[in-house]
Ligand binder design. Structure first.
Ligand SMILES: [Zn+2]
Length: 592
């Protein structure tokens, strides 16, 4: 009997963490039907020398707006992702009461740095108001991959409490009861989680902490209970103090200890799994160890805590197309509208150079705008690094601007300025902040290999001019498995497990995440030796001409979603087999 499609002689890394082996893999009707030697297919695909792995499952993205206008879903699409989860960190676009879009856009722009103009123009406002209606809207569309949505606390609070919700007033009993009911209905309709943000770093574009930041224990636990009422899901939270104590904004209100205890109590009381941002930050560089230990301990007494960790430092980018240390200098603003290559040429003019390097800054009007980051970027030039064409995510101190400036005998600002102004103006520098406090990725490695953690936090679809970490699933292989020179590497099988089956299990996606007979045929075929992530390139391809950085990626020979080939040699095949993935839908799909 011939199968529809057979991937011949690939190195199978099945997602379970088991040792890889060379074998054929057969696909029929979107499902894996055989793994073994000498399989025959109507169509045969030579995978010899390549890795054959499950499609990546990225549980931490922000495509909530993009998924309403775009079916491609880059940057995740070009990085081998076949299932994504959005609606993280408490922000999203449903529920959205009539006329409520301005508020939700301000929140998303402030927190996730997605241009408000793109969201206003791109999202078909008015097509839904409730969360189930939002899911129905998405379900009518098709994509390069499956997408799953979570209920964001900020939108929910605004929908139920209006201005009081925005102002972070305490919710009344009636508010809480109504929100709980809505979470239950959304979960029943297919939401895979409920999410919240409790850090004052997350602010609307006008500078106000997002709704829900100070929610009481009662409010949170009732809402998570609502998720349990609706059939269960994942509670995702970014807690107070998880990225530092935020003294620049007046300090966080709750300590990390209080926050972890709260999450643990909620998980025990509701039986729901909780995943929470766990990073290394400068205010307490070893606090993550305590968080991991706490989770381990609480999980022995009935909690389900999954510290969510990053696989590379969150690096703030400095580039002429996005943000940079001189972006608010008075003289710079006069040339800021020139195309990038002309702007770079203008910046090399000695008079303009001298003026920009010495004049004052023009304050940003919106307190919550990422534009304000120029101050931080400038104060941290010495700790920033130029990005090579193929990005090294673990640069050593000799590669920093501090070293480059010393070598040239110029100031830090001059070194950065000349770098940005060079050539066609496409040079980019990165400031590795959280996760890189000690100047290497050794702590990140410990977090990654901890069996209790899950990997996420790439924020794909968000921070489009600032971070560009939608490529983390690829870096997890290139840096951690293959290229790392400054410390231990991570075995391929473990890394693949971490970004496939492990995430699938957390979210209850029972039909995927593993190459096994009966599982959905979401598969990556990877030319591992030539897998690479290049430095970010600016594209003005968001609605309303909005700009985003995307990283060219190479090495994905093929990606299959439900057995349909979506990518061939790093290009889009045009197929759109991906759909909305509703919770509880996957166990039956696996029997198909
Ligand atoms: Zn996020």
């Amino acid at each position: 009997m011939k199968h529809e499609l057979v991937l011949k002689s690939g190195t199978i890394v099945d997602g379970t963490g088991a040792p890889s082996f060379v074998c054929d893999l057969a696909i029929d009707d979107g499902v894996i039907t055989a793994i073994g030697p000498n399989l025959a297919g109507e169509r045969e695909f030579d995978a010899s020398g390549a890795i054959v792995a499950p499609g990546w499952i990225d549980v931490h993205t922000h495509f909530d707006g993009q998924a309403t206008w775009d079916d491609e879903l880059d940057p995740s699409f070009s990085n081998g992702v076949t299932t994504l989860v959005m609606g993280n960190c408490g922000v999203g676009f449903a529920p959205c009461p009539p006329g409520g879009q301005d508020v939700l856009v301000d929140l998303m722009e402030g927190v996730e740095d997605i241009p408000g103009t793109a969201l206003h123009e791109g999202v078909p406002w008015g097509e839904w108001s409730t969360f189930p209606e939002y899911l129905d809207f998405l379900a009518a569309r098709s994509y390069t991959m499956d997408i799953a949505a979570q209920v964001p606390h900020a939108a929910l609070r605004f929908a139920v409490m209006g201005e009081r919700g925005l102002a972070n007033d305490d919710a009344t009993d009636a508010d809480i009861a109504q929100m709980r009911q809505l979470v239950a209905e959304a979960t029943q309709a297919g939401a895979v989680g409920f999410t919240t943000s409790r850090t004052i770093f997350h602010r609307s574009i006008s500078g106000v902490p997002v709704p829900g930041t100070y929610a009481t224990r009662e409010e949170l636990s009732e809402l998570v209970q609502g998720m349990a009422d609706g059939g269960g899901g994942v509670f995702e939270a970014i807690t107070s103090e998880s990225i530092g104590n935020m003294r620049i904004y007046g300090g966080e209100r709750f300590s990390e200890d209080e926050e972890l205890a709260l999450l643990s109590d909620i998980s025990k009381a509701t039986g729901q799994p909780v995943t929470f941002t766990t990073l290394q930050h400068g205010d307490a560089p070893d606090a993550w160890r305590a968080a991991l230990a706490f989770a381990r301990e609480m999980n022995e007494t009935g909690a389900h805590l999954y510290p969510q960790v990053a696989s590379r430092p969150a690096g703030f980018l400095s580039g002429l197309a996005g943000y940079h240390p001189f972006s608010r200098r008075r003289t710079y603003l006069e040339i800021a509208d020139l195309p990038v290559h002309e702007r770079a040429a203008a910046m090399r003019d000695p008079e303009i150079r001298a003026a920009i390097l010495s004049d004052s800054d023009v304050e940003v009007e919106q307190a919550g705008s990422m534009e304000n980051l120029y101050k931080l970027l400038r104060s941290a030039i010495g700790r920033s690094f130029p990005l090579d064409d193929i990005v090294d995510y673990e640069p050593s101190p000799e590669q920093s601007f501090a070293a480059l400036a010393a070598e040239r005998g110029v100031t830090l600002e001059e070194a950065m300025y000349d770098f940005l102004a060079a050539g066609d103006g496409t040079n980019i520098a990165a400031l590795p902040g959280v996760g890189y406090v000690k100047g290497d990725m050794e702590d990140l490695r410990e977090m990654l290999v901890d069996p209790g953690t899950i990997v996420g936090l790439g924020d794909a679809g968000a921070h489009v001019k600032l971070i560009c970490d939608g490529s983390v699933p690829t870096t997890q292989l290139t840096h951690w498995v293959r290229d790392r020179t400054r410390g231990e590497r991570i075995p391929l099988e473990f890394m693949v497990h971490k970004q496939t089956l492990r995430n699938a299990q957390l979210y209850g996606f029972a039909d995927r995440g593993e190459l096994a007979v009966g599982k959905r045929a979401d598969v990556n075929v990877i030319d591992f030796e030539n897998l690479n992530v290049h430095r970010p390139v600016a594209h003005a391809d968001l609605p309303a001409g909005g700009l985003r950085y995307l990283q060219p990626v190479e090495g994905y020979v093929a990606t299959f979603v439900g057995g349909v080939q979506t990518r061939a040699n790093d290009t889009d095949t045009g197929e759109r087999p991906g759909r909305l993935l509703r919770s509880h839908a996957t166990s039956s799909a696996a029997q198909r």
